[in-house]
Design a protein. Structure first.
Length: 325
């Protein structure tokens, strides 16, 4: 009996191992399509793996961790193929950043994909962006008081597999406030943006000329920006943005110098006129974007302001929420 019991246990282990290997072999041999897919369900859950079988009712799916599951067709929102370059060096699926066309303030040459309209919620108000045609988008941003209201337009060109060019404009007005007070102002900013990369990592160089009018007086300054982003994991992107107002023309600064003659006891005032150049101002914002689920992200950054050769940290962080529409 003592010799039979170990033999029975050995046979049992061999049979269990053979059954497991047979199941794995069965799942592997069932794979008719070697393409790896990403399935997104209506609750924004996602699965990565291979499609074993599908019909009008369900999809039999082999996940990347070798689990065989059945997903009803009615809960599937999206099935998309994924490539080897969609994974990082650690083997984690990274994929595209759904909001890769935006940084904190500026944009790049990438167009908003058709049907992937989104809203960017800011502490000061909302920013709506719509893909209204191929490579063409329109937007509207404002504050919670609807003053000002700014419309945006952008058209993108593909220069190569990893390079894009966009031209656009922003046009703003004081909206309803102009009819209730003397607070009548507006502005326009035509711009161009040259970017390199894709929706996982990109770098953009932008420039334009911003014109502002207030109570009948107009002025303008050239603007520039360097920005970039990289998606380092399935849930995290690193973002950097800048908004630079270049130094402008000259202006006359008038001051008064007071002189006192102790001998005569007479005081005189001399007007001093100095020609000065309007200084440049730059905003620099490094930050992190957290992808909470499909079409939903939160990002925050810390602003620094540079002017007259000095850099000052801003006391209020930049906080934004993204949602697809």
């Amino acid at each position: 009996m003592q010799k039979i019991l170990p033999f029975i246990l050995l046979v049992f282990c061999v049979l269990v191992g053979a059954q497991s290997n047979a199941q794995i072999l069965e799942d592997t041999t069932l794979i008719q399509d070697s393409t790896m897919y990403r399935i997104v369900t209506t609750d924004n859950d996602e699965k990565i793996g291979y499609i074993l079988k599908q019909d009008e009712r369900e999809v039999t799916f082999l996940t990347s961790d070798n689990r065989r599951i059945i997903i009803p067709q009615y809960v599937i929102k999206k099935i998309e193929p994924i490539k080897k370059e969609d994974f990082n060096q650690a083997g984690e699926f990274v994929g595209e950043d759904k909001f890769a066309t935006r940084y904190f303030i500026t944009t790049n040459g990438l167009p908003v994909k058709a049907g992937e309209h989104y809203i960017q919620w800011n502490l000061f108000g909302p920013d709506f962006q719509f893909a209204v045609g191929k490579n063409f988008g329109l937007g509207l941003l404002t504050t919670w008081f609807a003053v000002p209201i700014i419309g945006t337009a952008k058209y993108s060109f593909e220069l190569g597999p990893q390079s894009q060019l966009a031209i656009g404009t922003m046009l703003g007005t004081s909206s309803w406030a102009r009819f209730t007070s003397d607070f009548n102002f507006g502005g326009i900013l035509p711009f161009a943006s040259l970017s390199f990369g894709n929706r996982k990592a990109n770098l953009a160089f932008s420039g334009g000329y911003g014109g502002v009018w207030l109570d009948g007086e107009a002025s303008g300054r050239p603007l520039a920006s360097v920005a970039g982003m990289i998606k380092v994991g399935s849930k995290v992107s690193l973002v950097f943005d800048s908004f630079i107002v270049l130094s402008g023309g000259t202006y006359q600064d008038v001051s008064y110098q007071y002189n006192y003659d102790p001998i005569t006891g007479i005081s005189t005032t001399t007007e001093v006129v100095t020609t000065k150049r309007r200084p440049g101002v730059g905003l620099f914002i490094p930050g992190v974007r957290i992808h909470q689920s499909e079409g939903k992200a939160f990002q925050f950054g810390f602003m620094s302001v540079a002017t007259d050769g000095e850099l000052f940290p801003a006391p209020i962080p930049m906080v934004q929420w993204y949602r697809t529409l």
